[in-house]
Design a protein around this ligand. Structure first.
Ligand code: E4P
Length: 216
């Protein structure tokens, strides 16, 4: 499973990209609001660091305006992935944009039927929101499993982005369920790398090395 950062904070992108593990980035209007910065500037700066797919969301609700906004966003960089809502107009815009070679990430996907429709509309990526599915007492990981099964059985090449990841076991389980990509906040990356036995081991090796130095 490839790892994406879900943020509009450029410093967070710089920090996690330095680990050498980042394949891309996703943003949404709420994250842009939290950044307090101009949308296009943030997207351009993130792409400069990631040098890979960065999803930027349209705000229109009708297909013609979604397409127009998507084309504007694509002028920022070929790395921009147009993020569209999983609605009838979103599907129409997805079909038009992908037919012209523009990558699209269908967001706010909450069911396998929605995911199938996005794949049939030519989506490059679909983003099932597993944390928000769990929030309403359904099973986000089972949703990822179902989508992956349907895509495999029918040879659909839309990539699944496990989104709305809330904790490390979501990362493990989404990966096992066959999500191609997991997108998560920077604090999740910090949780994934942290292990008390690694910390304790480093402390012990360091203190033993200081003692060993006296014998060198
Ligand atoms: C993904 O593209 C979304 O921006 C994100 O994963 C939403 O996560 P949330 O449910 O934690 O807001």
């Amino acid at each position: 499973m490839h790892l994406y950062l879900d943020t509009a904070i450029v410093e967070e992108v710089r920090e996690i990209a330095a680990w050498g593990v980042l394949s891309g980035c996703t943003t949404n209007p709420s994250l842009i609001l939290a950044s307090g910065r101009k949308f296009e500037d943030v997207i351009a700066e993130i792409i400069e660091i990631v040098k890979g797919p960065v999803s930027a969301e349209v705000t229109a609700m009708d297909a013609p305006t979604m397409i127009a906004q998507g084309l504007e966003l694509r002028k920022i960089s070929p790395h921009v992935v147009v993020k569209l809502p999983t609605t009838p107009d979103g599907l129409t815009a997805c079909k038009a944009l992908t037919a012209d070679g523009h990558p699209v990430n269908m967001t706010l996907c909450f069911s396998a039927t929605q995911a199938l429709l996005t794949a049939r509309a030519g989506a490059t990526y679909v983003s099932p929101f597993l944390g928000r599915v769990d929030d309403i007492s359904w099973d986000g990981i089972q949703l990822i499993r179902d989508i992956r099964l349907i895509f495999d059985v029918h040879n659909l090449d839309t990539q699944i982005i496990a989104a709305s990841i809330r904790h490390p076991m979501h990362v493990v389980d989404a990966s096992k369920a066959g999500a191609h990509i997991g997108t998560m906040p920077a604090k999740l990356f910090a949780m994934l790398i942290k292990h008390p036995l690694t910390d304790a081991g480093i402390e012990k090796f360091n203190s033993d090395w200081q003692k060993a130095l006296k014998n060198q």
